[in-house]
Design a protein around this ligand. Structure first.
Ligand code: ADP
Length: 573
């Protein structure tokens, strides 16, 4: 018992045993030496094995003094033999190794803890060990207590692997990742800002052309205006695709779920493409199966952009004939989960069968720009496929050269059980887009005076377009070019409707909306506030509605859309 507690290492223990054994048996000293040499050779045998093991292996006694180590440890400390290593304290080790006092103390504390608790510490990334020469070494260590026959802790054995290189590689990787993320963020920001900066004047051009188109009388002039609108809309689609492609690359299409009306989507798209359809003298057929639930829970923006690209292509690649949009209930639909089957069919140039896969790849166009026949970026179908995938749907193509094309998209949706409040909100959104366009500008028969509109907009061009459009719809219009002016002009009951821009010089459109709602709080008035934005996202829509807006629309608002909004709200009132 005494032997075990006194002996710090195997060799001491062996020598002590031998002494007692020899004394007991009274063997001659020459015999005793031969037994010792056998034990020594066993000792050396294991020391040699441990000596050449990979990593740093070392062990301490219970007084935190070194007992043995392998060759790597010797090399690290610049020591000749294990004998030079034995019996060193942590402080002495630190000095030889050139460690800082802090690193030495942390190593010692760790060893003391194992001696006290008897619990191993496995796969611990050590705090960096700074050296006096400036190097910093990182170790991954496992340290395990050594026990005697009574289960008392008599030392600690440690294995440490130098992971400095791995650490440096990880650090470099982390830095590179952060830099890449920052660069990607900057790129996305840049594209987003640029496309916003381009889209604002572009929406002005389309809006002005729309105003002009309704003023012109000569067929040829109307034709020119329509051409401007079409070209502008193509550019709009191109910028939107550029914006989306960045998001698709980072798998961040942000297709958040919302309650929406499918009819409002098809109506919005019909409004968007009507000039192009008319321009090419195409027929447009829309069939929506009565069994298809109108209100769905899913990504409205996803389905909108899928249809926008497919219908846009159908119109672009069809010179005579028709475009058909068919919306059916898919198989396996239940009352809660519905499968919507959307078919976009055209009688256009068709797609050769061996190119069906190819056209879904990025930048692939079967008719290059140089032909000057059809414009495009080759991004549309790539995005469509990405969106369909994100929405857990499928897309199929049936087409042959010269035989027209049919794209079928199958998407799953949830049929929402709307609360009355949510239903009301959805109803507003859908109804606004749907009223039948009558020739009477305002259906409200008892309206004696023309509607009074407050237009909150700072962009001069956008002001002109909206003013001209609204006055041509027989509205009286006041313009506020900043939040302060809007606040001065507004009193409850004075206006029938407000069109609100978001980015005003002194405050956001959301905050002005909230301010108006506060003022109205104790009155019986609740003015319809329609937010107009160049790039509406789901988050933006949510924020506007939360601030008290009734609806959010993309700029530019066409005359038909403006009319339907005014018509709806003023009829309601
Ligand atoms: P873009 O239309 O901008 O060129 P897309 O990715 O939407 O890019 O389409 C890729 C290509 O697929 C088009 O350039 C065209 O050659 C072909 N394509 C797509 N839709 C149709 C269609 N409805 N009819 C004929 N060809 C089509």
């Amino acid at each position: 018992m005494e032997l075990y507690t006194e002996a710090g290492n195997l060799k001491n223990l062996t020598q002590l045993l031998l002494k007692k054994y020899n004394a007991f048996l009274e063997v001659s000293s020459s015999d005793a030496i031969s037994i010792e040499s056998i034990i020594n050779s066993i000792d050396k045998y294991y020391e040699d094995i441990i000596g050449c093991m990979a990593g740093n292996i070392y062990w301490f006694d219970k007084h935190c003094r070194t007992v043995g180590c392998n060759k790597n440890v010797l090399a690290m400390f610049g020591l000749q033999s294990v004998e030079n290593f034995k019996g060193l304290s942590f402080e002495e080790l630190g000095k030889i190794g050139g460690w800082t006092l802090e690193a030495t103390q942390s190593f010692k504390n760790d060893t003391l803890e194992i001696l006290q608790t008897g619990k191993p510490k496995l796969n611990i990334e050590e705090p960096p060990i700074p050296h006096e020469d400036g190097r910093v070494i990182y170790f991954l260590s496992s340290r395990v207590p050594l026990f005697n026959y009574k289960n008392d802790v008599i030392g600690v054995v440690g294995v440490s692997i130098d992971i400095t290189e791995r650490h440096q590689a990880e650090k470099a990787l982390k830095k590179a990742k952060l830099e890449a993320e920052a660069a990607s963020y900057a790129k996305t920001e840049f594209i987003s800002n640029m496309s916003h900066d381009i889209k604002t004047p572009l929406s002005g051009i389309i809006g002005l052309a729309d105003v002009l188109m309704h003023r012109l009388e000569q067929k040829e002039d109307i034709d020119f205006a329509e051409n401007i609108i079409n070209a502008g809309q193509q550019l709009m689609v191109f910028f939107d695709n550029c914006l989306e492609i960045g998001k698709a690359e980072t798998s961040n299409l942000n297709l958040a779920n919302e309650y929406f009306s499918l009819k409002s989507v098809t109506q919005e798209l019909y409004d968007l493409f009507l000039p192009a359809i008319k321009k090419k003298s195409l027929e447009f057929y829309l069939f929506q199966d009565d069994k298809v639930p109108d209100y769905l829970l899913g990504s409205r923006s996803g389905i909108y952009r899928i249809l926008m690209n497919l219908i846009g292509n159908a119109i672009k690649f069809t010179d005579t004939g028709s475009i058909t949009l068919r919306i059916e209930l898919g198989e396996k639909s239940t009352s809660k989960n519905t499968i919507i089957k959307i078919i976009v069919k055209d009688t256009g140039i068709g797609i050769p069968v061996d190119k069906h896969q190819l056209i879904f790849e990025r930048f692939i166009r079967l008719t290059p720009s140089s032909n000057n026949l059809y414009s495009g970026s080759g991004l549309g179908l790539y995005l469509v496929q990405k969106m369909v995938e994100s929405m857990h749907g499928e897309i199929h193509l049936s087409s042959a050269e010269g035989k027209g094309s049919q794209f079928t998209v199958v998407l799953p949706f949830v049929v929402p059980l709307l609360t009355s409040q949510e239903y009301k909100q959805s109803e507003i959104t859908s109804l606004v887009s749907l009223p039948a366009f009558s020739d009477n500008i305002f259906r409200a028969k008892d309206r004696k005076t023309s509607p009074c509109i407050l237009l909150v907009e700072d962009n001069i061009l956008a002001q002109k377009i909206a003013y001209s459009m609204l006055t041509s719809l027989q509205c009286r219009v006041d313009i506020a070019d900043c939040g302060q002016k809007a606040k001065e002009l507004f009193t409850p009951g004075k206006y029938d409707l407000i069109f609100m821009d978001l980015g005003l010089p002194d405050m956001s459109g959301q905050n002005i909306t909230r301010y108006f709602r506060e003022i109205e709080k104790d009155t019986s008035h609740s003015i319809p506030i329609i937010v107009l934005s160049a790039h509406t996202t789901i988050d933006l829509k949510k924020s506007c509605i939360e601030h008290g807006a009734n609806e959010v629309h993309n700029k530019p608002l066409s005359k038909i859309q403006a009319k339907s909004i005014i018509d709806y709200y003023l009829t309601k009132s």
